[in-house]
Design a protein around this ligand. Structure first.
Ligand code: SAH
Ligand code: F3S
Length: 477
């Protein structure tokens, strides 16, 4: 999942009659952004409207990320800022949500005096009770993980929206137990959301004129609805439940068939759980974007094994080749972990050569950061020196930049369909839009508007962005 390094203060449409003020911000993955929309909805029923002014807030909530140590440090810094504000506004209450809340539990209250409330990712429905606890002067903690919570019936309040793209979560948790990863501990076991509630949510978004949906999960290809419950308990389901179960390929097919004008994306795909059925569904529907985020983490078989990834480098490359046979225009992005336990120069070269094979369009690359409680932290020494991690990371980033440029260059000279998302960051006179492969173009605004599907002639590019001119509305408009 893409990660935004900046926290975002979120705003929702205010509900008439609500008097209390909530300031909520999210760090980390898209799932956290999506969860904050659920929290805002739950608190909207409790008399809270959001504010963008930290100084005004009755309640401050920070949705946190534990994936790397740096993400946690960023949140700690934010708490210092809240502390300063609390000196001016002593009535303000502070709550920590998300993965750090789950990881640190009651310890948070001891370590950070500013924190009144600690709520894990499966406990947001308990927020009204927890707020009563803190009103009564008691500390409030709920970090219980659930086997069936999906918030399927909570209608999220769209926060910080451009009115064009929205996230819809379809699974929660992860069962994969990659040895480096804290997510299975902070988000619990995998469970899927009822397809009916997913389709209803997309219907609402379609009625509100949204144009693009991203289906979200830690591991979307593992989606399996058989009436509720943990994925790992599927074998215990009745014959009838098993026979009528819906997998990810079927869900995607249903969404694309029912909403032919809606662009669909999904994230994240895990190589070991990806089935070619999904790729056939992608090939069948024009409205499913031809882009896969397919993290590999390393190109070395030794590292993949130490990470408990359930595939080899050869199987991964074979998967990419098979996908391209079905959808030749598919674009790919990676996540890489550099300098994992025991990584040698040879392992590193294997990562570079795998990248040469795939030539990813985009990449998200990080130095390994040991996370307490994971199998790697318990069993494998974090033994690659920081300077070596840094140098290898830079080599990987440089190669990715070269491949990204190679990929953007393939679009130059072509006319492609793009969906306008908003103004270009660099120029108010240009739109920013995305094609099916998730590549961004900027072009002069003329009379087009946000949410239009436009055909753009691509004239130039950098490694990150295409530059072009609109030639007219596309037929999807
Ligand atoms: N399946 C999830 C993965 C979440 S973590 C998803 O939805 O994307 C996102 C990425 O963070 C991982 O793919 C991995 O590349 C990186 N990551 C996870 N744990 C890490 C660690 N301990 N150190 C460095 N990077 C890590
Ligand atoms: Fe983490 Fe591996 Fe799951 S990276 S989220 S344990 S697929």
């Amino acid at each position: 999942m893409d990660e935004s390094k900046q926290g975002q203060a979120l705003v929702l449409e205010n509900k008439i009659g609500n008097t209390k003020k909530l300031f909520i911000e999210s760090y980390g993955c898209q799932m956290n952004m999506s969860d904050s929309e659920i929290v805002a909805s739950i608190l909207g029923e409790q008399g809270f409207n959001t504010t963008q002014n930290l100084e005004d807030a009755d309640l401050v909530l920070v949705n946190t990320c534990s994936i790397r140590e740096k993400a946690e440090q960023t949140v700690r810094k934010r708490l210092e800022k809240y502390n300063a504000v609390k000196k001016i506004n002593p009535k303000m209450k502070v709550g920590v949500l998300g993965c750090m809340a789950e990881r640190l539990k009651e310890k948070f209250l001891e370590e950070e005096k500013i924190v009144d409330l600690v709520v894990g990712p499966d406990a947001y429905r308990d927020l009204p009770n927890l707020l009563e606890e803190i009103d009564a002067g008691r500390d409030a903690v709920n970090v219980i993980l659930s086997k069936d919570e999906t918030y399927g019936d909570v209608s999220p309040v769209r926060l910080n929206t451009n009115g064009v793209s929205a996230f819809v979560s379809i699974t929660r948790g992860c069962d994969n137990m990659c040895t480096f990863c804290v997510v299975p501990f902070t988000r619990g076991r995998e469970r899927s959301r009822d397809p009916r509630s997913i389709l209803e949510e997309i219907q609402k978004l379609s009625d509100d004129n949204y144009k693009e949906i991203t289906l979200l999960g830690q591991n979307v290809d593992s989606y399996l609805w058989y009436g509720g419950g943990l994925k790992k308990d599927f074998k215990k389901a009745t014959e009838m439940e098993q026979a009528t179960a819906v997998d990810f390929a079927q869900l995607l097919d249903q969404c694309a068939t029912r909403f032919p004008k809606m662009r669909l994306r999904f994230s994240t795909s895990n190589p070991q759980d990806m089935s070619l059925d999904v790729i056939h569904v992608m090939a069948k529907h024009k409205n499913i974007c031809k882009y896969l985020h397919l993290p590999v983490q390393s190109g070395s078989n030794t590292m993949l094994k130490a990470m408990n990834r359930q595939h080899t480098r050869e199987e991964y490359m074979q998967l990419i080749d098979n996908i391209l046979k079905i959808v030749p225009e598919m674009s790919f992005s990676q996540d890489m972990i550099i300098g994992f336990c025991g990584e040698t120069e040879e392992d590193h070269q294997d990562t570079l050569s795998l990248m040469e094979h795939v030539k990813y369009d985009f990449g998200f690359m990080f130095a390994y950061s040991e996370r307490p409680g994971t199998l790697a932290a318990k069993k494998l020494p974090d033994d690659v020196p920081f300077a070596v991690k840094k140098r290898r990371l830079q080599e990987v980033i440089n190669l990715q930049l070269k491949h990204s440029l190679y990929r953007t260059q393939q679009h130059v000279g072509k006319i492609e369909e793009f969906l306008i998302e908003g103004s270009s960051k660099k120029s108010d006179l240009h739109w920013k839009a995305r094609n099916t492969q998730n590549t961004v173009v900027v072009f002069p605004k003329e009379n087009y508007k946000v949410g239009d599907f436009v055909n753009v002639k691509v004239e130039d590019c950098t490694s990150a962005t295409l530059i072009g001119t609109a030639v007219g509305y596309s037929e999807n408009n």
